[in-house]
Design a protein around this ligand. Structure first.
Ligand SMILES: C[S@@+](CC[C@H](N)C(=O)[O-])C[C@H]1O[C@@H](n2cnc3c(N)ncnc32)[C@H](O)[C@@H]1O
Length: 249
């Protein structure tokens, strides 16, 4: 068994670009910035991973600071832009935990895509992360992150098993939901097609009550907070599958 994303990193893009409409997700964030009349230049991407959303932002002209604790995910990110001097000149990557990082400058916006914040499994870690975002955001800055809801982790992932395949991997996604902790544990079994080798990664995501997310954001200093159903400007509902949290400094 390996650390989450350490082995899967190599295959991450192969799967995720099929599962997620990243360009639409990034456009949605930009539409939120527009809605609040914010025109960011420097964007902090928390848990940037292999950089799929960061690279879309870089190509649109934003400067990006990416933070992720997985050296393997960051390695793929660096490889993808290794030959693009323009993009490289606008990017800073920091290998660090999102509950414990530091920046030398303040940013205009902070984003986090694709459930990354669900990987924080305690309220204390959420608070540490949100406090740092508050600290490094300019006044008037905006923080947006999407989250899986308790509803989707319990009702859709539940104790279900999914089989997915890409060009190089056959994978089995076995989920176990802990109702007491609202934590979903994913046992991701991967079989490589080219060499018959296999590996197992364990991923844990926690769902949070909306009132808890708001409470912690307020505690860390954020005043104006909105929870939308993801990809809309409608209020988040109890049975939303994914929500977008927006907090303004
Ligand atoms: C589902 S991936 C999302 C990656 C990227 N945001 C995207 O949209 O493709 C989750 C990422 O969160 C990172 N991650 C999880 N917990 C973290 C933590 N405490 N600190 C830093 N990165 C973390 C993982 O290494 C992984 O790259």
């Amino acid at each position: 068994m390996t650390e989450s994303f350490s082995h899967f990193a190599e295959f991450y893009d192969e799967f995720m670009v099929k599962l997620v409409d990243y360009p639409a997700w990034v456009e949605y964030v930009i539409s939120i910035w527009d809605f609040f009349n914010i025109k960011p230049q420097i964007v902090l991407d928390l848990a940037c991973g292999t950089g799929i959303p960061s690279i879309i932002l870089l190509k649109k002209g934003y400067q990006v600071i990416g933070v992720d604790k997985s050296s393997e995910m960051l390695k793929i990110f660096r490889k993808k832009i290794a030959e693009n001097e323009i993009l490289k000149s606008k990017l800073l990557l920091i290998e660090s935990d999102i509950t414990n990082f530091t920046l030398d400058i303040l940013v205009d916006a902070c984003v986090s895509f694709y459930d990354s914040i669900n990987y924080l499994l305690t309220e204390e870690d959420l608070e540490k992360c949100f406090s740092l975002v508050y600290k490094f955001l300019k006044k008037g800055g905006i923080f947006t992150f999407d989250m899986n809801t308790i509803f989707v982790l319990e009702k859709f992932w539940g104790n279900n098993t999914f089989v997915r395949e890409s060009e190089s991997l056959k994978t089995i996604w076995e989920n176990r939901f802990d109702k007491k902790l609202n934590i979903s544990t994913l046992y991701l079994k991967c079989y490589q097609k080219n060499n018959q080798e296999s590996f197992l990664e364990v991923h844990k995501e926690r769902g949070y009550e909306y009132k808890t997310i708001i409470k912690i954001l307020k505690k860390t200093g954020f005043q104006k907070i909105k929870l939308f159903q993801h990809l809309t400007f409608l209020p988040a509902r109890k049975n939303s599958l994914r929500i977008m949290v927006v907090a303004l400094k």
